[in-house]
Design a protein around this ligand. Sequence first.
Ligand code: SF4
Length: 472
Amino acid sequence: METKTKATTAWLNTVEYREKNFAREKLVINPAKACQPLGALLCALGVEGCLPFTHGSQGCTAYFRSTLSRHYREPIAAVSDSMTEDSAVFGGQSNLIEGLKNAYAVYNPKVIAIFTSCMAEVIGDDINAYLGNAREQEAIPQDFPVAQANTPSFKGSHITGYDTMLKGLIDCLATPRQEDKINDRLYVVPGFDTYPANLREYKRLLKMMDAPYTLLPDYSDVVDAPNLGTFELYQKATSISEMNDALNAASYLLCQTYSTPTTSKYLASKAVPFETLSMPIGVAGTDKFIESVAKFTEKDVPEEITMERGRAIDAMTDSHQYIHGKKFALFGDPDVLIGLVSFLLEMGGEPVHIVCTNSTPLFKKAMESLLASSPYGQGATLYAGKDLWHLRSLLVTEPVDMLIGDSHGKWAARDANIPLVRVGFPITDRVNLHRYPIIGYSGVINLITMIVNTFLEDVDRNSPEAYFEMMR
Ligand code: SF4
């Protein structure tokens, strides 16, 4: 029996099995994505006094909350109207009305953000009509703001849910755009970004550049609250008054492309100016972000930022020899992948396997053109729509030096006997990584630190040379 198991395990590492694995059509194994409502929930946490509310199953809500809680090691507040079998037959209206009544009375929110789980979507619940009935039945006051997002998980993913919820929140809370009431602020949308340190980095850079701004949504304090001895259900987030004025923004800067298409389309329909960027990972990505903000403020880039950029370049120069020529496999969300690949190419690293379950034709085109722009990108292949079991086959048949992705990549990395540098979401088996930015020039330094020191640790542990890398 043992011999048979060993033989099967060995066969899983063959090219023959890889071909069979890639021929699979109906089965997905360990996809690199989460479901739509999880993204909606994260987005809703970023608005002051907002209570995320799942119209759907309690089990789904437990999954979103526990995944976010394990990543942040923080309690994540959200409620559900607990639809069960009877709601699947008769519809979830009574659950929604009862749930809204309780949520409003017990948790005292300033706004409720409703999003749906698969069950409500499969039976076609009309949340807008139910909401009207809830108001008529006085479950909530007539004028109480409730944002809505339809988030069916049988299509899209967490990034789609984030996007739809963001549009829903603006649509619910913002007053119509009035050309004589345009405010002076740049509304900066981070996109589906699970690093509170990234959100703080955006704010720090915007402050340094003297840009009047609103970060939307801003859940940095919600998912990374200080321990002061008491639990606050609602932490500081994007204020209601800034939400009310969101359509009167001077302009928007969307810092991810693939997690904001619905929001950008909505802004365009309201004649709100906006610009969409790639996530500012790496020097070129950060430069573009800084240039866009400088264009908005019409001010020079301050000296401190030039110094920060110089330090990042210095860190790259100090350590490029450890990344140059190394082969990498990566997986994750489209925006993070574009940023990471751009960073690796800047360092002379060679991406080989890029797995993106959430790929789109637009992303494929952007990634291929990024890879084509560098001599280090020539050996890379983008595996669009593939999962982490496909990735395992790639790693064991066409080895690389390092895997970059979230904690779900650890089994493939173990089987391939290569290190996994954890970037993305969720990261449940290491601490504090969400507290280090991966965007901006400081993100460049952090990525170098993580990647290079992982290589060095690995070599050092097995090196017969006791003075390995001790600079003498
Ligand atoms: S995929 Fe659908 S059923 Fe599964 S947790 Fe997400 S919303 Fe619930």
